[in-house]
Every structure is written in structure tokens, then in C-alpha cells.
Design a binder for this molecule. Structure first.
Ligand code: UDP
Length: 310
């Protein structure tokens, strides 16, 4: 049994990580300031779970031995981070430094939740870890993109300077139960709209692409990375690539929604395409996603109907 600190534990991804760790018999210290997460996301969990309400950009007060630190605290949906620009920069910079210092004090493994956003609007497709990205450092999205790029830089500096065991997961669009209602992400919006009979809002002409990974596939990959000897960044995502318009049509088809699709303005610097190259994850972890978009949307629509609308 290990004792694992998870920051951002009350969020969508953090709560699913806690679920998998506890199911494997690990002890979990869950840290969150509940700015975008909710403790109720952990209500269904049993096992050795301690909850600490704290903003990690001001410190990380965890006593006792720690075997691994998983740093997932941050607003993650574009509307959420655009509404909290300075907090997002703070948690990516100071928050990451505090999480690294906790790992260093305990000689623990450190895993950073990074993002496909570090590739910006990519000029290389699909994106391998060796691609350096195409990011607008002064645009509105830079508060998230550059915070995560800084987080990667400070994590690797700790690896080089102190030989800290650093893993960086670059997470591509992930979806599943407990995504925050109204978080503004495309799958959340389309499903909520379809199931409540409202028009589906496609931004731009819907030709931009994303690659969507079912949350349990994503977390299985992340925990395999944590258990591995790998240091540095690794893409974990589902390479199945869809235009946003295709995504809207799949949601309509699966939910049987009759509501129309309406077109709204494209947000500033919205990436035109995104697809992970997962050669490294396949080779190093033997990891492969198993749930395709239609299967995932079917599962998530069922969850919404019972948990949110039932
Ligand atoms: N999007 C959309 N309608 C919505 C919400 C999002 O067309 O109601 C688009 C958004 O412009 C982007 C893609 O869907 O091209 C994915 O957006 P999301 O906010 O989920 O995440 P991102 O990949 O941009 O971080």
C-alpha cells in the first residue's frame, strides 16, 4: 500500500484517480480548494481517504510519509480558466512548485497533469511528445497553456537538479461521469443540450477536430505512467479524431435528440486540430484506449439521465 497525495482531487479527473487508487488499496490524501471541484465527487468512495481543503498555490500542508504526489489542481475547461486567469497562472506555477517540494521532501514520485494545450494550434499532426508546439504566449488561452508549459519546465528542472522521479502526462480531451455541469466543455454542452431539448451550439463551422478519451482509459494510462520508470512527458489520449460537427451529430444520434445545431462564434485561438501520437505510451506502458467515442457517449448519456436528470 502506498500513500498518494492527489491535488485537484475533488475535480472530474482527480476524483476518478482517487477512485482507481483506493480500489487498488492505496491510501489517498485528497487536496482541493473547491474552486472548480466539489467534495461530493468523492462521496461514493470508500477506503483510506483523507480530505484537505487548501489552495495549493499558497502551500501544500501534508504531514507524514508520502510515496507519490499527483498534481492535478487547476481549472481545466476553457470557460473556467478564462474566468480565473490569475488563479490559473498561480496554480500552474506556485502550486506546481509546492507540489514538487512536497515530493522532494519525501523522496516521492511526482506526476504532473499537463495538457495537449502545450502544443497550442499545432503545425505538426498528430502531435508526438517531441513537437515543441505553436502557442500564442499573450492570447487569452495563454493563462492555461503557458502555466502548464511553466509547470513542465519546473518539474523537469527538479528532475535534472535533484534527480526527482518526474513523470508528465499530456492529457488530451477527456470525458466521463462527474464532469462539472455547465463547465462549457464540448461534450458537457452537447449532452446537456441534447438531453434537455435545446439546440447544440457548434462554435465556428465545426470543422476543428479533437480526440476524445474515456476517463477510465485515461486514468488507467496515467496510473501505468506513475508505476513506470519513464521520466519526462508522455501523451495519454485516444487517437480517434472527430470534427466538432461530427461530435454534435453523434450526440444527436445516440440521444435521439431532435434539436437543431446552431453555429456560434469560434473562441479566440481555438486550436484547429488535435490528435495524440501515442507511440511512446504503447511502447513504454503497453497502454491502449479501449472505449471509442460512440461507446463513451452512450455510457455518459445513460449516466446523465440517471444522475443528473433522473
Ligand atoms: N465547442 C463547441 N461548442 C461548445 C463547446 C465547445 O463547438 O458548446 C468547441 C470548441 O470551440 C473547441 C472544441 O469544441 O473547438 C473543444 O472545446 P472544449 O472547450 O471541450 O475543449 P478544448 O479542446 O478547446 O480545450
Amino acid at each position: 500500500m502506498r500513500r498518494v497525495v492527489v491535488t485537484g482531487a475533488a475535480g472530474f479527473l482527480g476524483s476518478t484517480i482517487c477512485e482507481h487508487l483506493l480500489a487498488a488499496g492505496d491510501a489517498v490524501v485528497a487536496v482541493d480548494d473547491c474552486s472548480t471541484g466539489r467534495w461530493s465527487n468523492l462521496d461514493h468512495l470508500t477506503g483510506d481517504l483523507t480530505c484537505v481543503e487548501h489552495d495549493v498555490s499558497t502551500g501544500l500542508p501534508v504531514d507524514g510519509p508520502v510515496d507519490a504526489v499527483m498534481h492535478f489542481a487547476s481549472a481545466a475547461s476553457p470557460p473556467a480558466y478564462l474566468a480565473r486567469p490569475l488563479e490559473t497562472l498561480a496554480v500552474g506555477s506556485e502550486g506546481t512548485r509546492h507540489a514538487l517540494e512536497l515530493a522532494r521532501r519525501n523522496d516521492a514520485r511526482f506526476l504532473l497533469a499537463s495538457t495537449s494545450e502545450i502544443y497550442g494550434d499545432p503545425l505538426v499532426h498528430p502531435q508526438p511528445e517531441t513537437y515543441w508546439g505553436n502557442v500564442n504566449s499573450v492570447g487569452p488561452r495563454s493563462v492555461y497553456d503557458e502555466a502548464k508549459r511553466f509547470a513542465e519546465a519546473i518539474a523537469m528542472a527538479h528532475h535534472r537538479t535533484f534527480a526527482l522521479d518526474v513523470k508528465i502526462v499530456r492529457i488530451f480531451n477527456t470525458y466521463g461521469p462527474r464532469m462539472a455541469p455547465g463547465d462549457g466543455r464540448v461534450i458537457t454542452n452537447f449532452l446537456e443540450q441534447a438531453l434537455t431539448g435545446r439546440p447544440l451550439t457548434v462554435y465556428g463551422d465545426g470543422s476543428q477536430t479533437r480526440s476524445f478519451c474515456w476517463v477510465d482509459d485515461e486514468v488507467r494510462g496515467i496510473l501505468a505512467l506513475l508505476a513506470s520508470a519513464w521520466n519526462g512527458p508522455m501523451n495519454i489520449g485516444n487517437p480517434g479524431e472527430f470534427t466538432v460537427l461530427e461530435c454534435a451529430e453523434i450526440v444527436r444520434e445516440i440521444t435521439g435528440a431532435t434539436a437543431e445545431i446552431v453555429f456560434e462564434p469560434l473562441p479566440t485561438d481555438d486550436p484547429t486540430r488535435r490528435r495524440p501520437d501515442i507511440t511512446v505510451a504503447r511502447r513504454e506502458l503497453g497502454w491502449e484506449p479501449t472505449v471509442d467515442l460512440r461507446e463513451g457517449i452512450t455510457r455518459l448519456a445513460a449516466w446523465y439521465r440517471t444522475e443528473r436528470l433522473g
